[in-house]
Design a protein around this ligand. Structure first.
Ligand code: PEP
Ligand code: MG
Length: 577
């Protein structure tokens, strides 16, 4: 019989495939005495050889699909598999102590991992993660159980997991992964955002459902509604196949708007831009008719690897993005690490409130070398396109001024070195902290633009963790408090003749778009997959009418009142036509 479950619809689409569980627990072997240690050593060598072949294949496919920078991590894995200090120590333990290969592997690799984790050198600590990964692979081969490789999955499946890290998500083999379902998370957790940029259906925050889905069972996931059907009947399968087909047809129809400008019904032009988290996202942005990149989340250049990207590597990535989009604008945000985005190889102290801690620009101002490297790479890339630099997580004016000062210093150094830079580079800030929104007038003279980051602005305004599904009811983009903050930001910018964008998820929301248009937002930046529908919607809206409606909405008392008003007005206006 079909079992039905509900989760949070995080990235739209319908998928039908078998469930594949991504196990998070690690296997701990027991010690056994071995009679024939020579053949046990041989068994271990076999596991090493198979692992090496496997990693070589993954490295080659990662290089082809994701580029050389993302494939580099697997070079490190190959080096570990060839490292005599580790491999010989395991073989000696098997031979000298007559123990089983699994136990020797676990004991020796664990001692390496612990030693490396205690080092102050970031690079060495990063190697601990690689050893953990590689020893897990060897262990799987010794035990004869398949190793879970997200990049190397070969059968169509829907991934079911407690959570997926952003780098897990980046490694998914999209040829076969039809979607994913996680136990934890919310619409604005980063795995959800990644799913939208990859245009793959995702349901997050599904809670205990995740443990109730049997491995390899057939499931339907309707990520438009957040519905999961396990072992569906043949009627259900038929009906969802039909829905999926209609969904696909609608997507094709929308592609007709790809090269159209974004105009409201009364002819006002706004910009629809894409949020990207990797260079591969650029092709998707262009394919979905993005008029620019409104948010390039550079932290993904720093993730899924074991050391910081060099200035040269960053320069190459930024140059690529700018050239691909030229002459369209590319807003590149400086590193926003911390919160739910961790870099295991960096010495980031554990914090009890990571979202309120040393995150993003706070960290960059503290670790200036890290920040200066990124600024130099950005400045050097500037002459290859239409670059705009954006600083995240600013609370007070001093932070903005300090970031601008460092940028200016690096600029002067480069000019002195004879490096050619773009003549003018716009510099802006994200408005993600209520303090910055309320005092936007203080910041406006100092920036070229604002971009409102509602994912964080909502969590900080409502004091509701964006990762915590139990408080997701407080995630209310349309609440009067949010709309008032947004209006303050737009008014402050307009007074100084500056433009305002929005790059939080709210910018692509169909209830929010009419209000934001009415409030005078200039640029809407969203997941590529949402752009064409937004263009269609804006074409049906009269901006001057919505300016009045937005003012009315601002006097309402609750999210419910506002959303009902918007839906009603929108439908009313459409019916009138
Ligand atoms: C935001 O906070 O709205 C935003 C766009 O930044 P991120 O989601 O990367 O924190
Ligand atoms: Mg943010």
């Amino acid at each position: 019989m079909t079992q039905a479950w509900k989760g949070i619809a995080a990235s739209p689409g319908i998928a039908i495939a078998r469930a594949f569980h991504l196990a998070s627990e690690r296997f701990i072997p027991t010690q056994q005495t071995i009679q024939d240690s020579a053949s046990e050593v041989e068994r271990f060598r076999q596991a090493v050889a198979v692992s090496r072949e496997e990693v070589e294949a993954i490295r080659a496919s990662a290089e082809e699909r994701l580029g050389a920078d993302k494939a580099e991590i697997f070079e490190g894995h190959l080096m570990i598999l060839e490292d005599p200090d580790l491999i010989e120590a395991i073989e000696e333990k098997i031979a000298d102590e007559a123990v089983n290969a699994e136990f020797a592997l676990h004991e020796v690799s664990q001692s390496f991992i612990e030693l490396l984790q205690s080092m102050s050198d970031e690079l060495l600590r990063g190697r601990a993660i690689d050893i953990e990964d590689v020893s897990g692979r060897m262990m799987s081969h010794l035990r004869g159980v398949p190793h879970m490789d997200l990049a190397n999955l070969s059968e169509e499946c829907i991934i079911v997991a407690r959570d997926l890290t952003p780098s897990d998500t980046a490694q998914l083999n999209l040829e076969v992964v039809r979607g994913f379902i996680t136990e934890v998370g919310s619409r604005t957790s980063h795995s959800a955002i990644m799913a939208r940029s990859l245009e793959i259906p995702a349901i997050v925050g599904a809670g205990s459902a995740v443990n109730e889905i049997p491995e390899f069972s057939t499931i339907i996931m309707d990520a438009n509604q957040g519905v999961i059907l396990v072992n569906p009947s043949s009627e259900e399968l038929e009906s969802y196949q039909d829905k999926k087909q209609k969904d696909d047809v609608r997507r094709t129809e929308l592609k007709g708007l790809r090269d159209q400008p974004t105009l409201s019904k009364d002819g006002k032009q706004v910009e629809l831009a894409a949020n990207i988290g990797s260079l591969e996202d650029i092709a998707r942005a262009i394919d979905n008719g993005a008029e620019g990149i409104g948010l390039f989340r550079t932290e993904f250049l720093y993730m899924g690897r074991s050391s910081l990207p060099t200035e040269e590597e960053q320069f190459t990535s930024y140059k690529y993005a700018l050239e691909k989009m030229n002459p369209k604008p590319v807003v590149i945000r400086t590193l926003d690490i911390g919160g739910d985005k961790e870099l295991p190889y960096m010495e980031l102290p554990k914090e009890s409130n990571p979202f309120l801690g040393q995150r993003a620009l706070r960290l960059c101002l503290d670790r200036q070398e890290l920040f200066r490297t990124q600024l130099r790479a950005l400045l050097r890339a500037s002459r290859y396109g239409n670059l705009k630099i954006m600083f995240p997580m600013i609370a007070v004016l001093e932070e903005l001024l300090e970031a601008k000062k460092l940028l200016e210093e690096e600029k002067q150094k480069l000019i002195a070195e004879g490096v050619q830079l773009a003549e003018h580079i716009e510099v802006g800030m994200m408005v993600e902290i209520p303090a910055a929104a309320v005092a936007a007038d203080l910041f406006a003279p100092e920036v070229d633009f604002f971009s409102i980051g509602t994912n964080d602005l909502i969590q900080y305004t409502m004091a509701a963790d964006r990762m915590n599904e139990t408080v997701s009811y407080l995630y209310q983009p349309w609440h009067p408090s949010l709309l008032r903050l947004i209006r303050l930001v737009i008014q402050a910018a307009e007074k100084e003749g500056k433009w305002v964008g929005m790059c939080g998820e709210m910018a692509g929301d169909h209830t929010a778009i009419p209000l934001l248009l009415g409030l005078g937002l200039h640029e809407f930046s969203m997941s590529s997959g949402a752009i064409l529908q937004a263009r269609e919607l804006i074409g049906q809206l009269d901006r001057s009418e919505w300016s009045d409606y937005a003012n009315q909405a601002l006097t309402m008392r609750s999210t419910q009142e506002i959303t009902q008003f918007v839906e009603h007005t929108r439908n009313g206006v459409t019916q009138h036509d």
